[in-house]
Design a protein. Sequence first.
Length: 321
Amino acid sequence: MVAKKVPSKVVRAPLCPSLPAEVWINILRYHTDLGHLWNTVRRVSSTLRACVERAFGEYFLQEIHIDFQLEKYNLGGKSKRPEVSTRFVRRGKGEEGDIAWFKDSHPDADSRREKGKRGREHHLKIMRRWEENVDNYKAEMPNYTISIGDCVNDTALPGLSLNIATREIKLEWKKMLQLFFREQDRLLVLKARYQADTAKKIQLNNARLKKGEKLMPADYPTPWATAGAEIRKEIRRARLKEHYREDEEMVWAIESLKHFQQYGAAAAGSARALKLDAELPGAGLGEKWFGSQNLVQELYLDEWSCMHRIDTKVEHIRLGI
């Protein structure tokens, strides 16, 4: 039997030559959806990956604001709280190309505060608080927000260090963007799933109403304001579980947050929260995590405060404050 000859693959010549990297970068600098640019365009090819990263390094880093809150918690209200706001000043060169420096954006205000003994003491207090926030970083309470356009989050700042003398921080900017846009992408995926499920539920409800059936409150879709907040919590808790994956007690506490909040505890340490102790899986009398309930309460307070802080920052961006 004579084997059939496999036809050789025809290689088609490109209809036009590839664009130079400089042209791609000049095009990409006008992209208005930075999340799409990083999560989608950057993944198309190695060439576009390099071009997108150069576009970010040369044009978009200067649009990023990193604000360090000086209060440990934000327990309510939408007023502007004491903070140190930093803005991009430069990138490293050569082997330090992945490093970026951000500087306190209000040096003039600090100079005015330094006038007089009281002013100098106030300035030193702010600098010490900023330094403490950086040195005592905890994933569950970062005490800063990252703003990229109208998107705000408090994902990790890899390689973060502070030079208090120059009022500058340095960090690994590509890793920072990867963590920030990874959560934004996850949010968009889950939001699309919510919208699809909601549309399906509405369609089923309309069909039931046509049949004369009565709907109960539980039959109606959850409003996005409520569902979106829960999705953000889910994403945040996944981040914390990844960070504390080697700490069995912390992983248990993070997973217990869902059980804790379903009872509507208003604040850690309240009588209602203390009554909740026995309801947490694994925290009953004689169980492994008995006596660790306060850790869940602390995480609940941290989560509420951080999410409120992010929402406040979004509101301030919207209002131009």
